[in-house]
Design a protein around this ligand. Structure first.
Ligand code: DGL
Length: 213
């Protein structure tokens, strides 16, 4: 099977690498849109148009499924993509609000995501539906994706951000941007073992398996 993976930038590589390990027989084809990173600061119309343009090679390659490995593009553009290309299997990646709300014991979760994801209707619907009994903290990560894309992730104050979340009694942290998968180890180290850090790659691999079996 051929699986297409799209992200604005390096977040897609983190997802594609892990999908390849989980689905060793799959032919994984990745595309990105490095010149237009960060998507997280753009308008919804811009994100829809840029995503449609960037996935053309995946459509031309007749992928069995296309993973939109970008929370920003999924929350903003996946409905438009499905409407424009109804015969394509799109699999989106969006912040894991539901699993976080079921896992938390303190009732306080954190979602790390881009400004556009946090503003999106879809993300706010997820919060209303699944996290109405939880407190959701959304720290300012607005420059993280660009710094990671440009290889400057050492400038991100990951540890200070996580320590601040721990002080607020957060016990589940959701990586709601695939770029942050690249700094997952730092987040895990800072969070310690009493905190759960969620990202969706395993769930996406299972979804691909069931969709294509
Ligand atoms: N990797 C993308 C995400 O999951 C966003 C990065 C960007 O802002 O371009 O949201």
């Amino acid at each position: 099977m051929r699986i297409g993976v799209f992200d604005s930038g390096v977040g897609g590589k983190a997802v594609a690498l892990k999908l390849q390990q989980l689905l060793p027989n799959a032919d994984i084809m990745s595309v990105d849109d490095h010149v237009h990173v960060p998507y997280g600061d753009r308008t919804p119309d811009d994100i829809i148009e840029l995503t449609k343009a960037a996935i053309q090679p995946l459509l031309a390659a007749k992928c069995d499924a296309i993973v939109i490995a970008c929370n920003t593009a999924t929350t903003v553009a996946i409905a438009a993509l499905r409407a424009t290309y109804p015969s394509v299997n799109f699999i989106g990646i969006e912040p894991m609000v539901k699993p976080a709300a079921s896992a938390t014991k303190s009732g306080i979760i954190a979602v790390l995501a881009t400004p556009r994801t946090l503003q999106s209707d879809r993300y706010n619907e997820l919060k209303r539906t699944w996290a109405k009994d939880s407190t959701v903290i959304e720290p300012d990560c607005s420059d993280w994706a660009k710094l990671i894309e440009d290889g400057h992730s050492s400038q991100i104050h990951v540890e200070a951000t996580v320590v601040n979340l721990l002080q607020q009694k957060v016990d589940v942290i959701v990586l709601g941007c695939t770029h942050y998968h690249m700094i997952k180890e730092r987040i895990l180290d800072a969070a310690g073992d009493t905190v759960t850090v969620l990202e969706p790659t395993d769930a996406i691999a299972n979804r691909i398996k069931s969709l294509l079996s």
